[in-house]
Design a protein around this ligand. Structure first.
Ligand code: IPD
Ligand code: CA
Ligand code: CA
Length: 258
């Protein structure tokens, strides 16, 4: 697992430098994949760069990337990559975007996760059983136990407007029960922020697994909990409704969204 972590860290740092360079150069070209879902030329270049870095050490491993889909031997294990999580922030010049890389032997049970926010030079990582770290310092979730003291990340389903009414209803309920809400525009960053105690909970619908894989193990290793938001809707590669928390608030948040 150590080599997997080292490779993921190296790939994330290289990808982060590339993203910063692209921002400095300007001229990022943006395309809409579908309604409210964007990709830039830099997303695609970074995914290739990460794959090339992985392939140097693990030439045959399975890779599942947001932009490039699946390649390699996916039977034994796989890497799960979101080259830029927070693409809209990236091409609109906002700092909350991340490189997200996970590795797992069993689907939806990540063993290694690296999330890098190059603009803030914040590198989050975790490996199963080894804890979670931010720039080398161990991190843990907050100790907030009362909903009325909690800051919860809520993100309306911008790509699934059909879910908007029910989401806003729940959002209203959670807003009234908690201290405040936030939305940072990168799922991987939001999970890492719960892991480092900056916020306490998170509910979002209709994510891809690549959005959350790395952040999931980082949060779990920091003492938090990540589950499907609804018992009858387990995670799948292209459709995940997520509830994440510092652990203390999981049951309370779960009953608010039920
Ligand atoms: C998006 C971010 C965002 C979430 C969206 C995702 P992308 O990923 O994670 O926080 O709200 O649902 O699609 O498209 O920037 O990789
Ligand atoms: Ca994403
Ligand atoms: Ca992305």
């Amino acid at each position: 697992m150590k080599t997997h972590l080292d490779v993921a860290l190296q790939a994330a740092r290289r990808a982060g430098s590339y993203a910063l360079g692209a921002e400095r150069n300007g001229a990022i070209s943006v395309r809409m994949k579908e309604a409210n879902d964007y990709v830039t030329d830099v997303d695609i270049q970074i995914e290739q760069l990460i794959k090339d870095t992985i392939r140097l050490s693990f030439p045959h491993d399975g890779i599942f990337g947001e932009e490039g889909g699946e390649s390699g031997n996916l039977q034994s294990n796989r890497w799960v990559i979101d080259p830029i999580d927070g693409t809209t922030n990236f091409f609109r010049g906002m700092p909350n975007y991340t490189i997200s890389i996970a590795w797992e032997e069993e689907p939806f049970h990540p063993l290694v996760g690296v999330v890098f926010n190059p603009r803030h030079n914040e590198l989050f990582w975790a490996a199963k059983g080894q804890g979670a770290f931010l720039n080398g310092q161990k991190i843990t979730v907050s100790s907030v136990r009362e909903l009325n003291q909690a800051i919860v990340v809520l993100v309306p389903p911008h790509r699934r407007r059909d879910l908007a009414d029910s989401y806003f209803e729940t959002m209203n309920t959670i807003f009234k029960a908690t201290s405040d809400i936030r939305s940072f525009g990168s799922c991987a960053l939001e999970l890492s922020y719960i892991a480092s105690g900056r916020v306490d909970g998170y509910y979002e619908r209709a994510l891809g697994y690549y959005d959350m894989a790395a952040g999931m193990i980082i949060l779990q290793e920091a003492g938090g909990i990540v589950t499907p938001a609804f018992e009858d809707a387990p995670f799948s590669d292209h459709s995940c409704d997520i509830l994440a928390s510092n652990g203390h608030l999981h049951r309370a948040l779960s009953s608010l969204i039920a």
